[in-house]
Design a protein around this ligand. Sequence first.
Ligand SMILES: [Zn+2]
Ligand SMILES: [Zn+2]
Length: 419
Amino acid sequence: MEYMAAGTSIPDVDMEFDKNIPRICGVCGDKATGFHFNAMTCEGCKGFFRRSMKRKAVFTCPFNADCRITKDNRRHCQSCRLKRCIDIGMMKEFILTDEEVQRKREMIMKRKEEEAQRESQRPKISEEQQQVINILLEAHKKTFDTTYSDFSQFRPPVRENTTRRITRSSSVQTQSYSSDSDPFNSSPEPSEYSFFSSSLFGDCSSDGSLGGPNDLKMLPHLADLVSYSIQKVIGFAKMIPGFRDLTAEDQIALLKSSVIEVIMLRSNQSFSLEDMSWTCGSEDFKYKVDDVTQAGHNLELLEPLVKFQVGLKKLNLHEEEHVLLMAICILSPDRPGVQDKALVEAIQDRLSSILQTYILCKHPPPGSRLLYPKMIQKLADLRSLNEEHSKQYRFITFKPEHSTMLTPLVLEVFGNEIS
Ligand SMILES: [Zn+2]
Ligand SMILES: [Zn+2]
């Protein structure tokens, strides 16, 4: 094999190696380092060609002008070596003048500087920010049990037509929550429910087919779910970096007003777009819109709630974004009764900035497009849902027989009209 026509038609000196071309110097057969002055050569022959051209050297062969150049003898005859260079296509036009070399160096330098500049301006998740994200992920993991195994401990769900009764595993009912009536004594534990107080508002139903003694059948079960979820949200909140720096009064004020919103947010994890239900394990704990209607739910809340769930689901949030959104929701300085608004705002600002940075760095397009404003809009939607919930909750608790179906924790957090 001869020296191939190494790169005779390849003008780009910076060209990458073609895997099919042997990396052998076309002049001497030594190991080549790439295309130099239009031919595949070793470093030695590259330098020899440049030097020879620069000083316009004229060589004479001491032999017969047909020396065979090899790696070992390439220094013996400069004349034949140079001739070989030209034969394989090396061109002096490819040699840069000193000025050109300088300009090229400067250009490379400039490009590197620009690159470094761009790199430094690109948003990056700092170690500290990542730490916050990790803590929130862990907090959520500890307070959201995706097996929903604790649901069987609630008072059983009772539905119209299909009266499914679950054997009570224990008397974990209203009374069992008494010990947890202080929301700050509850420890974070796995579990979650999704559908917050669906039947808390049975009497508000515009559906005339319901009413009578069958009314509010689902209330005990769902009240237990809500109560349980409140404990989980409290557990989550306590682990949010910065939350503990607030006074106990401010912690309570924040939780009281945000807990229903956070329950709506976290329930999105079990919400299914396929059948528009909150699927928490078995059939018994699959909460359909129909269930809620049968429980006499007021559509003024139900309709926008389902719409909210669909919209949120379609954002396809990463778990990181999901937990940050919940934390941001809780740390809202404009909640009623908050004293140290500046501190709450500072914590929320930090969380918001982490969320924005996360989206920029980790959420690929097109999903990332306007994702942050869309998420903030969801927080605004939650405010309306919260308001509607309060309205209907007040209405339902006017009836003492309904209030007694709730739990002390629910009554404490959402208020007790009869007391
Ligand atoms: Zn060579
Ligand atoms: Zn020679």
